[in-house]
Design a protein around this ligand. Structure first.
Ligand SMILES: Cc1cc2nc3c(=O)[nH]c(=O)nc-3n(C[C@H](O)[C@H](O)[C@H](O)COP(=O)(O)OP(=O)(O)OC[C@H]3O[C@@H](n4cnc5c(N)ncnc54)[C@H](O)[C@@H]3O)c2cc1C
Ligand SMILES: Cc1ncc(C[n+]2csc(CCOP(=O)(O)OP(=O)(O)O)c2C)c(N)n1
Ligand SMILES: [Mg+2]
Length: 574
C-alpha cells in the first residue's frame, strides 16, 4: 500500500530512535495513531489527559537526554498539552509535540474545534509550524526535531488530519547524522583572565546548577584546588551533591542556611551552569564570575563582573591546569562546619519522637530515601514535596529527581513518574505527590494499571494546599481557599487497580513504604502528615511581614517550629 503522510511522519520518528508517543487519540490524529498501531519499534502510550502526555514526554527527555514525543488531537486535545509543554520548554528538555489540526479546507472558517496551534504554542516552543501540504513532509518535521534537540526545548508540528491521510510525496528521512557534540569553551586568553582572578582570590564559593551535569569529577577537582565550598541550585542537586566533600547544600528559601551563608561570605562567587532565579540570595559585595554555555543566560540574576561562555566540562578541563592550589582553608572549613550543623538539624526533624499523630513529612521522605533503590527515579510535586525531596533525598549519581522546578506547575509528579516508568520499565519510580497535586490530574492514576506501569505514589496528605497556606501566613494575610476535603486515596487506588495503603501513625510509615516498594505493580500509600510543618516564627509580626511573599524574603526555612525562618545575616526588614 502507498505510504501516506502519517506513515512517513511515524517512519521518521522511528528512524530517529523515538520509542513511544504519549497522547490521547482523536479523529484528527487517526492518520498517525493508525500508523503507530502497526509498528513494532514505536508504541502509543495511552493517557487520560494530554497535559499528562506532555509532562510524561518531558520526564523521558530529562532522563534519556533524547527527543521525546507527545501528541494531541485538534482544538481542545492539543490545547491540553500546553501547560506540560511550558514545563518541558522551560526545563530545556527536547520534546516534539504533534498538534493535530482541523481539516485543512476548514481552517479560517470558525469550524468545530478550530484553534490556531501555530499561534497557541508560540510561547512555549522554539519552533512551531503548520504542515499544510504533503510536500512539506518530512522536511518541516525534521527541522522541528532538529530544533528541539539542538536548542533544547519544545518544537511543535501542527498537521491537519486530512493531510496525514494524503499520499506522501517524499519517501523517507532526509537527514542522516547522529547528534553533534561540539566542544564549547572560552578562548585561551579568556581562560588566563579567569585563572588569574581565581589564583588571586582566597574566599571563593562555587554556585553550581544543572549545567554541571556530566562534569561532577571536574567540579570536585576544581573545588579542591580552590578550597571552595560548592552550593547547588535545585536542578543541580542530582549532578553535584553526591560524593562531594565540598558540597554545603542548596541555597534559596528551601535551601540550607549553610548554602546561603557560603555565598554571602565569599569574596569571589563562581557561578557555573546555573540559572538560580532568586536575586535576593546573591551576595552584593563579591566579585561575580559566571560560566554558562548560553550567552543569553549571563547576568540574568545578579550583577556579573566576568562572563565566560562554555560547556562546564570542556571549560573546567581547560582551566584546571592553569590553577594553583589555594592555601586559604578557613572559608571552606567554616562552610563545611555550618553545613554539618544544618544537616544535623534537618536530620533530627526526620526522627519520630513518639508514635503520636500526626506524622512529620520529613520522616516519610527520610524513610523513602532509605528504602528506595540505588537507581530510583523520584518525582516531586510543586508544593511541600519539593522541600522534602530537596532536603531528604540522597543522590548517588544514579538516582534522578524530576520536578517542575522552573515552570513551577502543580500536579507534575504523577505525570513525570508515568514518563519515567514508561521509558525505564525495570526501574523503581516514586512519585512524591501532594494531595492537591495528585487530585489535580488524578484521572491518570488509571493509566498505571492500563499501561502496566508499576509506579509507587506516596501522597503527603495534609488536607491542604500547604505551600500556599505557608505563603499566605508569611505575607500576613489569613489563609483562605487552601483547605482540602480529601477523599480516601487508598480506596480510590484500589478501585483503579493499584495496591492502596494508608499510614496514620509514625510506626506504620516504614513497613508500609517497604510493602509498597516491594509490590509487583503500581501502589499508592497515603500518609497522614501534619498540615503546618513549617510556620512563621512568632517573632515576626503581621505588620513586618506585610507585602513580603516568601520568595521575596532573604530567608531560609529552617524547618523548626519555633525558629522557622533562619534569618539571613542582614536584618530582614530593614
Ligand atoms: C516550590 C519551589 C521552590 C523552589 N525553591 C528553590 C530553592 O529554595 N532553591 C533552589 O535552588 N531552587 C528552588 N526551586 C527551583 C528554582 O525555581 C530553579 O528551577 C532552580 O534553582 C534552577 O536550578 P539550576 O540553576 O540548577 O537549573 P537551570 O535553571 O536549568 O539552569 C541551568 C543553567 O545551566 C546552563 N547550562 C546547561 N548546560 C550547560 C553546560 N553543558 N555547560 C554550561 N552551562 C550549561 C543553562 O544554560 C542554564 O543557564 C524551587 C522550585 C519550586 C517549584
Ligand atoms: C497549576 C498550578 N496551580 C496553582 C499553583 C499554586 N500552588 C503552588 S504550590 C500549591 C499547593 C500544592 O498543594 P499540594 O499538592 O497539596 O502540596 P502541599 O504543599 O500541600 O504539600 C499551589 C496551589 C501552581 N503552582 N500551579
Ligand atoms: Mg497538600
Amino acid at each position: 500500500m502507498a505510504k501516506n503522510v502519517g506513515d512517513l511522519l511515524v517512519d521518521v520518528l522511528e528512524e530517529a530512535g523515538v520509542q513511544r508517543v504519549y497522547g490521547v487519540s482523536g479523529d484528527s490524529l487517526n492518520g498517525i495513531t493508525d500508523s503507530i498501531r502497526t509498528r513494532k519499534k514505536i508504541a502509543w502510550v495511552h493517557l487520560r489527559h494530554e497535559e499528562v502526555a506532555a509532562f510524561a514526554a518531558g520526564a523521558e527527555a530529562h532522563l534519556t537526554g533524547k527527543l521525546a514525543v507527545c501528541a494531541g488531537s485538534c482544538g481542545p486535545g492539543n490545547m491540553h498539552l500546553i501547560n506540560g509543554l511550558y514545563d518541558c520548554h522551560r526545563s530545556r528538555v527536547p520534546v516534539l509535540a504533534i498538534a493535530a489540526q482541523i481539516p485543512s479546507g476548514e481552517i479560517g472558517s470558525g469550524y468545530f474545534q478550530e484553534t490556531h496551534p501555530d499561534q497557541l504554542f508560540g510561547q512555549c516552543s522554539h519552533y512551531c509550524e503548520l504542515i499544510s501540504q504533503p510536500e512539506q513532509m518530512p522536511r518541516v518535521l525534521e527541522i522541528a526535531m532538529q530544533t528541539a534537540i539542538s536548542k533544547r526545548g519544545v518544537a511543535v508540528v501542527a498537521i491537519p488530519g486530512d493531510v496525514t491521510l494524503r499520499a506522501a510525496v517524499h519517501d523517507g528521512r532526509r537527514v542522516h547524522f547522529s547528534e553533534t557534540q561540539p566542544c564549547v569553551r572560552p578562548s585561551e586568553d579568556e581562560l588566563n583572565v579567569l585563572a588569574d582572578l581565581l589564583n588571586r582570590s582566597e574566599r571563593i564559593t562555587i554556585l553550581g546548577g544543572a549545567g554541571c551535569a556530566g562534569a561532577h569529577d571536574e567540579l570536585v577537582e576544581l573545588a579542591g584546588r580552590l578550597q571552595a565550598p560548592i552550593v547547588h541550585a535545585m536542578r543541580g542537586k542530582e549532578f553535584i551533591e553526591y560524593d562531594n566533600p565540598y558540597d554545603v547544600g542548596m541555597t534559596g528559601l528551601l535551601g540550607f542556611s549553610s548554602g546561603y551563608h557560603a555565598m554571602l561570605n565569599c569574596e569571589t562567587l563562581l557561578m557555573i551552569g546555573t540559572d538560580f532565579p532568586y536575586q535576593q540570595f546573591f551576595p552584593t559585595q563579591a566579585t561575580v564570575v559566571q560560566i554558562d554555555v548560553r550567552g543569553e543566560q549571563i547576568g540574568r540574576r545578579t550583577k556579573v563582573d566576568f562572563a565566560f561562555i562554555g560547556d562546564t566540562k570542556t571549560t573546567l578541563l581547560a582551566l584546571l591546569p592553569k590553577l594553583q592550589q589555594n592555601q586559604y582553608e578557613t572559608h571552606l572549613k567554616q562552610s563545611q562546619e555550618h553545613y554539618r550543623n544544618a544537616r544535623k538539624g534537618l536530620d533530627d526533624l526526620a526522627i519520630p519522637k513518639s508514635n503520636n499523630k500526626p506524622i512529620h513529612p520529613q520522616q516519610v521522605a527520610r524513610v523513602l530515601d532509605k528504602l528506595a533503590s540505588e537507581d530510583a527515579v523520584f518525582t516531586c510535586d510543586v508544593g511541600t514535596p519539593t522541600i522534602w525531596a530537596a532536603r531528604y533525598l540522597t543522590m548517588n549519581g544514579k538516582r534522578r529527581i524530576i520536578g517542575s522546578f522552573t515552570h513551577g506547575s502543580m500536579a507534575n509528579a504523577l505525570p513525570h513518574a508515568i514518563g519515567a516508568q514508561a521509558s525505564y520499565p525495570g526501574r523503581q519510580v516514586i512519585s512524591m505527590s501532594g494531595d492537591g497535586g495528585l487530585s489535580m490530574l488524578l484521572g491518570d492514576i488509571l493509566t498505571l494499571q492500563q499501561e502496566r506501569l508499576p509506579v509507587k505514589i506516596i501522597v503527603f496528605k495534609n488536607h491542604s494546599l500547604a505551600f500556599v497556606e505557608l505563603e499566605m501566613k508569611a505575607a500576613g494575610i489569613l489563609d483562605f481557599g487552601t483547605g482540602l476535603s480529601d477523599p480516601d486515596f487508598a480506596k480510590i487506588a484500589e478501585g483503579a487497580g493499584l495496591l492502596g495503603l494508608r499510614a496514620d501513625t509514625p510506626d506504620q510509615v516504614e513497613p508500609m513504604i517497604a510493602q509498597a516498594l516491594a509490590h509487583n505493580g503500581p501502589a499508592l500509600i497515603e500518609v497522614l502528615v501534619s498540615r503546618q510543618e513549617l510556620s512563621m516564627p512568632p517573632t515576626i509580626t503581621l505588620e513586618q511581614a506585610k507585602g513580603f511573599s516568601l520568595f521575596m524574603m532573604k530567608a531560609v526555612l529552617s524547618g523548626r517550629g519555633d525558629e522557622v525562618i533562619d534569618l539571613a545575616k542582614v536584618n530582614l526588614f530593614r
